[in-house]
Design a protein around this ligand. Structure first.
Ligand SMILES: [Fe+2]
Length: 200
């Protein structure tokens, strides 16, 4: 990814994310790092993966996501803002990348990934390694000590115990089998799951 493009992109989107969901900008920065790590070991197009990582959650900044926050972990995917954030995110990403005169075909590919980025089973069917890495990096950020800290920032410290956490914990345990396809991400997910005490 061209360094000056990356700097300008950050300058444009950081203030947007900071007006959106709590902790999302830090999530984006960690996710970009995770993408870079995956790209070192898996052959994918970084000019797709990295912009998609930077832009994928911008949809949250354009919608009311109170239904998502209020829903219990198992049914968050049923909330209407869950689908909206992907659709809106794809639109916003298109607008931003067009302003930068980014390659039209790459914009379309990035938008197609963002539009479904929280539906791993659909993304994996695309058979597109760049799309796969985006999903894996996004999901990897739900694990590890930083995954725990993020959860606390988003939903509150009281949600780290009781039924709410039990559901979230089980989703992460199941996720180890459902959310990762590449060897690199599978290995890292296991390591981060242990680090956050998922099996204790
Ligand atoms: Fe994300």
């Amino acid at each position: 990814m061209d360094i000056s493009f990356e700097r300008q992109l950050i300058k444009m989107i950081e203030p947007l994310y900071k007006k959106g969901r709590n902790g999302d900008w830090d999530h984006i920065l960690r996710m970009v790092k995770l993408c870079r790590y995956l790209l070192e070991h898996e052959k994918a197009d970084e000019d797709i993966v990295l912009p998609a990582a930077y832009l994928h959650d911008l949809g949250w900044t354009a919608i009311d996501f109170s239904d998502f926050n209020q829903a219990s972990p198992r049914v968050k995917t049923d909330s209407s803002s869950f689908i909206q954030h992907m659709e809106q995110g794809a639109v916003i990403a298109g607008t931003i990348l067009s302003e930068f005169k980014y390659d039209t075909n790459k914009i379309k590919e990035i938008q197609s990934i963002i539009k479904v980025h929280d539906l791993p089973e659909i993304v994996f069917k695309m058979n597109n390694i760049s799309a796969t890495l985006v999903v894996e990096a996004d999901r990897l950020d739900r694990y590890g000590k930083t995954g725990l800290a993020r959860f606390k920032t988003m939903f509150g410290a009281d949600k780290l115990s009781g039924q709410y956490w039990e559901e979230a914990r089980q989703l992460r345990i199941d996720g180890l089998k459902e959310w990762f396809r590449t060897k690199t991400a599978i290995n890292l997910s296991k390591k981060l799951a242990a680090e956050m005490g998922l099996f204790d």
